[in-house]
Design a protein around this ligand. Structure first.
Ligand code: SF4
Length: 639
């Protein structure tokens, strides 16, 4: 039988990140090319942002707003219309500046009169120079002209995002879009209703961008990767546009959202948009699917794939091994506009900005997590549970190939928790080959990160690491099977800091059985860790119970009761629960966030942690010098 050549287009739907492409299409395109498949990719997230944030995009936004009654317009929208000429004149240069193509514009941006200022600029009042001088100059130091301009330009973009949200589409954000209609929605009904609604300006732009991508690439197969709920609505709009354009194009959905939320899918209407949905790593299912589409494999031998047959959804999983991590090939960014991403800077904190500032090549050191025990984590799913490594030679080969392709030497290792043994081998290989890169990534704060290893990692180009301290409480760390203690985290983070590596801590609140006292104590530990220079950045996440985690599977072991879920035909992930402690974690969370924001700016570290809470809370039971004392103690295995 003659084999029909297939052209495969992989697409990132809006919204993901402004500063760098989400890596899934780069991995898949690199892999498919290594298998001889004609594969191309498009990032419609950055394309949509750049179209909206252009002079003609602003014209369209204004035209749309002018069709709405003046009385219904918010203050931000009214201010935008009033200053429209200044916005229209500045948008092109500001975008070029944030793309790194026009550095001298920093002088005008910082001049204070050129950039129109909306309500986001009010945040500048939060910075207070202790000596009474210019607050931004204090925050950035005297040499920070570029950073200062980048921060102001980011506030300007955030003003425009507010205008889009308040004047055009209330679901719009730069890093997620229409998230609530996809996240943990037991039925497809909210999404179906949104997709049946008349299109708005953003929908029409996305449709136009989709049509242009189809015209450019003429694909027979389109793979749409949805990493999280904030990309799902746009993914369905893209699929709808493709099907309207040419129903013969095969449209496939995959990615993190499908892997976590769609495992129990039974809703046939989803297949009006997509022909197939694949779960977990895309390599093997995609190869099987392409063979099927070429007529070389029956549908009963598809791998981890949902499809609709005679009006019913079926799941086919022919047992075939996944492509080993060592053989998935090198990701490619070919076809993505890597010089067009926007380096934005929301936070002045030096560690925090890494997520939004600069374009990082994203790579994994290993597949899955070597620990896979934490009770809040999706340890039953493949992306955590299947731990595989490649040797350091292969990793550095990949790194060299990526540098040769992109010309950029910044790497973000996006492992869930990069294994210390692999990081050591990688660092040694980078140093042996004299490959100079700048890198950062996620780890567990385990004691094998000795001062000697931290020093070696710094020499190999490590500038920052992030890891979970979660609920800073030894009782709860034990309950969550994190395998670390607070004093150990203090020593490990201190070793990183001493090596000149910035440290970000993932923090958590609202874990089962967490009391108010636990929360106050956790904040005190965190305060002391900042004060001792162990961590420079952090983020408090609210604990969410997922059906794939040990807590979700065995709630009785954690003292909670799960609330029954409605019948699920679409997405299933988060599950609500009753915690008999009855603590109001919403209220406590606000205090934690406020305190942490200040700590990250290096201020208010001496303040009694109780004062951050709006209600009366107990005194911390943590000794004032707990962290300082922990740092003087020896860790078995640490020098
Ligand atoms: S939370 Fe991190 S360290 Fe723990 S099992 Fe999950 S990925 Fe591994």
């Amino acid at each position: 039988m003659p084999v029909t050549p297939q052209r495969v287009l992989s697409v990132i739907p809006p919204m993901t990140q402004l500063n760098t492409p989400y890596p899934s299409t780069a991995y898949l395109t690199g892999f498919l090319r290594s298998q001889g498949v004609s594969a191309v990719q498009e990032d419609l997230a950055i394309a949509l942002v750049l179209r909206l944030l252009s002079p003609s995009g602003l014209d369209e936004i204004r035209a749309h707003i002018e069709t709405t009654p003046a009385k219904s317009r918010s203050g931000n929208v009214a201010a935008f219309l009033e200053n429209f000429a200044a916005y229209r004149a500045s948008i092109g240069p500001v975008i070029a500046f944030l793309q790194g193509r026009d550095a001298t514009l920093a002088y005008r941006i910082c001049g204070g009169t050129w950039l129109p200022e909306g309500s986001r600029f009010d945040a500048l009042d939060a910075y207070v120079d202790p000596d009474g001088g210019d607050p931004l100059a204090w925050a950035f130091g005297s040499l920070g002209l570029q950073d200062r301009a980048r921060h102001l330009a980011t506030l300007y973009l955030n003003d425009l995002a507010d205008v889009i949200r308040e004047g055009v589409d209330e679901r719009f954000e730069f890093v997620r879009y229409a998230e609530s209609i996809a996240m943990a929605q037991a039925t497809f009904a909210p999404l179906a209703a949104a997709l049946a609604a008349p299109t708005n300006l953003i929908d029409r732009m996305l449709q136009a961008l989709t049509q242009e991508a189809l015209a450019r690439h003429q694909p027979q197969v389109v793979l749409i990767s949805v990493p999280f709920p904030g990309t799902v609505y746009a993914a369905f709009r893209i699929a709808q546009t493709i099907k309207a354009h040419d129903p013969a194009i095969t449209v496939v959905l995959g990615g993190g959202f499908a892997n976590t939320e769609l495992r129990e899918l039974t809703e046939p209407r989803v297949f009006d948009y997509f022909d197939f949905i694949t779960l977990d790593d895309g390599e093997r299912p995609t190869l099987a699917l392409l063979e099927h589409l070429r007529g070389q494999r029956g549908s009963g031998r598809l791998v981890r794939t949902f499809l609709r047959t005679e009006g019913k959804v079926s799941y086919v999983n022919f047992p075939e091994p996944d492509v080993p991590f060592a053989e998935v090939g090198t990701p490619t960014w070919d076809g993505l506009p890597i010089d067009r991403y926007l380096s934005v800077m929301d936070m002045l904190n030096p560690m925090h900005r890494l997520w939004s500032d600069g374009r990082w090549n994203k790579l994994t050191v290993a597949h899955g997590c070597y620990w896979k025990k934490c009770s809040f984590c999706d340890v039953s799913l493949d992306y955590i549970s299947r731990y595989e490594t490649a040797n350091a030679e292969i990793l550095v080969d990949r790194i060299e190939a990526i540098i040769a392709e992109t010309g950029q030497t910044g790497f973000h290792f996006v492992d869930e928790a990069a294994p210390p043994k692999m990081l050591r081998a990688l660092a040694e290989e980078l140093l042996r080959r004299q490959v100079s890169i700048t890198w950062w990534g996620n780890i567990r704060f385990e004691k094998s990160f000795t001062p000697e290893l931290c020093e070696l990692l710094a020499q190999s180009g490590c500038i920052a690491i992030s890891g979970g301290l979660e609920v800073a409480s030894d009782r709860l760390l034990k309950l969550m099977q994190k395998g670390v203690s607070v004093d150990q985290v203090a020593r490990v983070t201190h070793a990183f800091a001493e090596a000149g590596i910035l440290v970000h801590a993932y923090l958590m609140y609202g874990f089962p059985t967490q009391t108010v006292q636990d929360t106050v104590d956790a904040l005190e530990y965190v305060r002391q860790l900042f004060e001792a220079g162990c961590i420079q950045s952090g983020f408090f996440h609210r604990f969410a119970c997922t059906v794939h985690s040990p807590v979700g599977k065995n709630p009785q072991d954690y003292g909670i009761k799960l609330l029954p879920l409605p019948p699920v035909s679409f997405a299933k992930n988060d599950i609500r629960f009753i915690d008999p402690t009855g603590v109001d974690h919403d209220e406590l969370g606000r205090a934690l966030t406020k305190a942490l924001y200040n700590f990250m700016h290096g201020i208010e570290l001496e303040r009694d942690v109780r004062s951050w809470f709006s209600t009366r809370v107990p005194r911390p039971q943590v000794p004032k010098n707990f962290i300082a004392r922990a740092l003087t103690q020896q860790e078995p295995g640490l020098r």
